[in-house]
Design a protein around this ligand. Structure first.
Ligand code: 2M8
Length: 425
């Protein structure tokens, strides 16, 4: 699809080309061989810069997994002979009347898709494509409000850690209440590829499976909070949805249609997220629907900046006292690579383990875009430059050690390559 060259952009393009299965781009060459929801959307944002037609194919491919009720699932298991567990048999989506013909998981992921479609349209306008995909994205957003408004906060809840940054310590207390099944019915494929210290524990996986089994008993559509053993108002997910609703309203206007539902949903979400500002922490409060409302010292506490929620005073405090603070998420002498996914002053900080401390390119990309949106242009530029330095020196890894910058997790990771293309543009 593109010509390889030795520049950073050229190397990023080459990673995407190698991970291209033909119909979708795998998140990582061996560890993640199926199609993941927010990975595909972030990949499409990068493809918008270099190959918009391929980006549109990526969106179409993800939407092949959409359920009749509107949900776009977190994994689409395109038929292929690959090494990944838990695979389609664990989900049994064929038992569910709304599931599509292709096997999928029964849960969703942060809805970046509308933002990706906007990026594609801005790069290479295609009204027919918009007419095709806007109704599908609108149905997904409506589904999120209908099925996942589980409290009176105005925000939506996730029902499994896999619907966001799964291994993040903000989910620990909620997970600790879940009975762990005795053993897993499958051998973990991640263990065949990665160091155990960089991945969730077996106990975490046994709890993840307990939640899946509980959801499967209810056809993945629990009728009340009581039927969902895990329910969490995650601010990463809600900030992504707020931006996606604004982008969907914009897309509607591009095809001369009324985007009022999406525009007012975006405004409502922003107000509800804004209510969670914590003056003492210079961050926002998450909520475990079976537990507490609390700040969690994970980077999701800062995600409202992505949706432009903080006013100027709050945005400056969030940047100076949290995001860029050397003791918390920002660069320090001992750990010059930022932004960490967990505050360095938290007892849960772990420089090696997935979502529990390392730096992620997608997180930095969300924060760069958020700082720009909040009017902190110089700060956004500083983070953009640091992020590009990291990929230049350590390659397109899944995540990175905050002290050494060493690549961790999967190598040749698609969203790291794709978002590099967007940050370079
Ligand atoms: C990770 O999640 C999968 C399970 O869905 C896994 O650990 O096997 C997460 O980082 C998730 O956010 C991401 O979408 C997925 C693929 O990159 O990997």
């Amino acid at each position: 699809m593109m010509t390889p060259d030795e520049s950073l952009a050229g190397r990023a393009v080459e990673v995407l080309r190698r991970n291209d299965s033909g119909s979708f781009v795998k998140p990582g060459p061996s560890v993640y061989p199926f199609q993941w929801n927010w990975d595909s959307a972030l990949v499409a944002i990068g493809l918008a810069r270099v190959a918009p037609e391929r980006g549109r194919a990526e969106v179409r491919s993800l939407l092949r997994g959409q359920w009749a009720d509107g949900m776009v699932p977190h994994i689409v298991f395109h038929p292929q002979d690959v090494d990944y567990s838990p695979g389609p048999e664990v989900w049994g989506s064929a038992e569910c009347p709304d599931a599509p013909g292709i096997p999928t998981s029964g849960i969703t992921q942060p809805p970046v898709l509308a933002t990706a479609v906007r990026a594609l349209h801005e790069a290479d306008p295609d009204r027919r494509f918009l007419q095709e995909v806007i109704p599908a994205i609108d149905a997904w957003h409506r589904w999120l409000h209908r099925e996942r408004s589980l409290d009176n906060s105005g925000l939506v809840a996730i029902l499994h850690p896999w619907e966001s940054a799964d291994n993040a310590p903000r989910f620990d207390a909620a997970l600790a209440r879940i009975g762990a099944r005795d053993a897993l019915s499958f051998a973990r494929s991640d263990r065949r590829h990665l160091e155990a210290a960089e991945r969730p524990t077996d106990l975490d996986y046994r709890r993840y499976m307990t939640i899946v089994e509980g959801l499967r008993r209810h056809g993945y559509r629990p009728s009340s909070l009581r039927e969902a053993s895990f329910a969490y108002v995650d601010l990463c997910f809600n900030a992504v949805l707020a931006v996606a609703e604004s982008d969907l309203a914009w897309l509607f206007s591009e095809i001369g249609r009324d985007g009022e539902r999406a525009a007012s949903a975006a405004a409502r979400l922003r107000t509800a997220i804004g209510d969670r500002w914590d003056e003492d922490e210079a961050a926002y409060q998450q909520a475990d629907l079976h537990g507490d409302r609390a700040t969690t010292e994970t980077v999701a506490d800062l995600f409202p900046v992505y949706a432009g929620v903080p006013d100027e005073r709050q945005a400056r405090r969030l940047f100076n006292e949290s995001l860029w603070s050397p003791e918390r998420f920002g660069p320090s002498v001992e750990a010059p690579w930022a932004v960490t996914t967990v505050s360095k002053s938290s007892r849960n900080f772990d420089a090696l383990c997935y979502w529990r401390g390392p730096v992620w390119i997608n997180v930095n990309w969300f924060l760069v875009r958020g700082l720009e949106r909040s009017g902190l242009r110089e700060e956004a530029e500083e983070l953009r430059r640091l992020t590009l330095r990291l990929v230049k020196s350590s390659g397109f890894a899944e995540y990175y050690h905050p002290s050494t910058g060493a690549p961790l997790g999967s190598g040749d990771f698609s969203w790291s390559a794709a978002l590099t293309l967007d940050l370079l543009a």
